[in-house]
Write a protein that binds this ligand. Structure first.
Ligand code: C5P
Length: 400
C-alpha cells in the first residue's frame, strides 16, 4: 500500500469540522500510515485529545513538550512527518501560516516542516470569501502547499455556501494520489472508446452553433483508462486539450455527424464506451456555401435533430459496456435513470449544474453514478479524480 510507510501529521485547529478528523485518522490508520495529531489550544473546545489519541494510538500534543529533556518538539515533529495536513484550517491558522505568527505548537511545527503540506480550510462562507482569506490561500498555494478547497453546503452557522471542510474521504484521496496510488494495469487488454468535448454545427463557412464544453472530463477519463493499460480511442470534438499518452489514439472531429461516423468505425471492436461529449442536439438544416450577409433585422435558421450517438450505440449494443453522462437542471435523478433505460446503458454519470464547481469548463466535478440497481454519490473532486471514481465503478461492474 502507498501510505503504509508514510508518517502523517494532522494539525487540527479550532473549528467545528474538527469532529470529521476522527474519520480521517481512521482512514489513514486503515491504510497503514502512522498518524500523529497536534492541535491548537482552541481546537480542544471542539474535540478531545483522548478521542484522537485513541484512534491514532499516539499521544496528542497541544503544547511544546520536552519528553527527552529538549525544547524542540516542533522541530522533531516536523522532521518526523512525510506530510502535514492542516485540517480543519481556520482563517486564523491560515493567516498565522502566511505571516509567520508562531504562537503555538501547530504553527511552529508547520514552519519547521520541509515535507508537503496539505491545507483543508474550513470556515463560514463570508470568512472564506473575505479578501484576506482568499489572498492567504493564494499565498500558501505559492508556497507550494496543496489546497483541498472547502465545499459548498450547509454550514454550522445555518448559512449555506462555500466553507465546509472537504470530506475526510476527499482529503485522504488527495494525499493518497499525491504519493501515487499504486497503478495496477487493471484495464490491460480492453479497448475503451471515449467521446469528448463539444460539437460545432456549421451555419456557414465562418459560423457555427456550439457549446461551452471544454472536453476536460473526457480527456481525464482517457488519460486514466490509458494509465490503467487500456487501448483508448478518444473521439474529440473541438477542444484546446491535447493528449500525448502512447495508449491514446486521438481522433478529432467537428460535428455530431462526424462524431457518429468516427465512433462507428471502431464500435464493433470496443469493450467499453464512455460518451462524455456534449453533442449539439440540433444542427442547421442547410449550411450556407458563402458567408451569410447582414441584411434583415431578424434572421432564423431551420434546425434539424442530430443523431443521438450514444443511443445509436445502445441500440446496437452486443458485448459493449456503455456509460453515458447526464447534465440535468431539474428532476435530475429521475431524468438520469430515464436515460440509462432509454439509451440502453449500463451506467450513467449524473452531474448537476446546481452544484457549484460541477459541469462545464470547471476543473472539478461532483457526480452521482447510477447503474440499473445501484446509486453512488461522490464529493466535489478534480476531474482527474472523478475519472478514477468512474473507472473504478466500471471495473467493479465488469467483475460482477
Ligand atoms: O439526452 P442527453 O443529451 O441528455 O444525453 C446525454 C448523454 O448522451 C451523454 O452521454 C452524451 O455524450 C450523449 N449524447 C450523444 N449524442 C447526442 C446527444 C447526447 O452521444 N446527440
Amino acid at each position: 500500500m502507498t501510505l503504509s510507510d508514510k508518517r502523517i501529521l494532522i494539525a487540527v485547529s479550532g473549528g467545528i469540522a474538527a469532529y470529521k478528523i476522527h474519520f480521517l485518522i481512521r482512514q489513514f490508520i486503515k491504510s497503514g500510515a502512522e498518524v500523529q495529531v497536534i492541535m491548537t489550544p482552541d481546537a480542544e473546545n471542539f474535540v478531545t485529545k483522548l478521542s484522537f489519541s485513541t484512534l491514532s494510538k499516539k499521544p496528542v500534543y497541544t503544547e511544546f513538550y520536552n519528553e527527552n529533556g529538549t525544547w524542540n518538539s516542533h522541530v522533531e515533529l516536523a522532521l518526523w512527518a512525510d506530510a502535514i495536513i492542516m485540517a480543519p484550517c481556520t482563517a486564523n491558522t491560515l493567516a498565522k501560516m502566511t505571516h509567520g505568527i508562531c504562537d503555538n505548537l501547530v504553527i511552529a511545527t508547520y514552519m519547521s516542516a520541509k515535507c508537503p503540506v496539505f491545507v483543508a480550510p474550513a470556515m463560514d462562507l463570508d470568512m472564506y470569501q473575505h479578501p484576506s482569506t482568499q489572498q492567504n490561500l493564494e499565498l500558501v498555494e505559492e508556497y507550494g502547499h496543496i489546497i483541498i478547497p472547502a465545499e459548498n453546503g450547509e454550514l454550522a452557522s445555518g448559512l449555506v455556501g462555500q466553507g465546509r471542510m472537504a470530506e475526510p474521504e476527499t482529503i485522504f484521496q488527495t494525499v493518497e494520489n499525491y504519493f501515487g496510488k499504486p497503478c495496477t494495469k487493471s484495464l490491460e487488454g480492453k479497448t475503451v472508446l471515449i467521446t469528448a468535448g463539444p460539437t460545432y454545427e456549421a451555419i456557414d463557412p465562418v459560423r457555427f452553433i456550439g457549446n461551452h464544453s471544454s472536453g476536460k472530463m473526457g480527456y481525464s477519463l482517457a488519460e486514466e483508462a490509458a494509465e490503467r493499460g487500456a487501448k483508448v480511442i478518444l473521439v474529440s470534438g473541438p477542444s484546446a486539450l491535447q493528449s500525448k499518452h502512447e495508449n491514446i489514439d486521438l481522433h478529432r472531429v467537428t460535428s455530431a455527424k462526424e462524431m457518429l461516423a468516427k465512433v462507428f468505425e471502431f464500435y464493433e471492436a470496443i469493450d467499453i464506451g464512455i460518451a462524455s461529449a456534449a453533442v449539439a442536439d440540433y444542427a442547421p438544416k442547410d449550411i450556407a456555401v458563402e458567408k451569410i450577409k447582414k441584411n434583415e433585422d431578424t434572421f432564423s435558421i431551420e434546425m434539424v435533430k442530430n443523431p443521438d450517438i450514444l443511443k445509436t450505440m445502445g441500440d446496437q449494443k452486443k458485448h459493449q459496456f456503455l456509460v453515458g453522462f447526464a447534465l440535468e437542471t431539474q428532476n435530475e435523478e429521475e431524468n438520469a435513470k430515464g436515460k440509462l433505460k432509454k439509451k440502453n446503458l449500463d451506467m450513467i454519470v449524473l452531474n448537476s449544474l446546481r452544484d457549484e464547481g460541477a459541469g462545464f469548463k470547471n476543473d472539478t466535478n461532483k457526480i452521482k453514478i447510477f447503474t440499473k440497481t445501484e446509486k453512488k454519490e461522490f464529493s466535489l473532486k478534480s476531474k482527474d479524480d472523478v475519472a478514477k471514481d468512474i473507472l473504478d465503478c466500471v471495473e467493479t461492474q465488469l467483475l460482477k
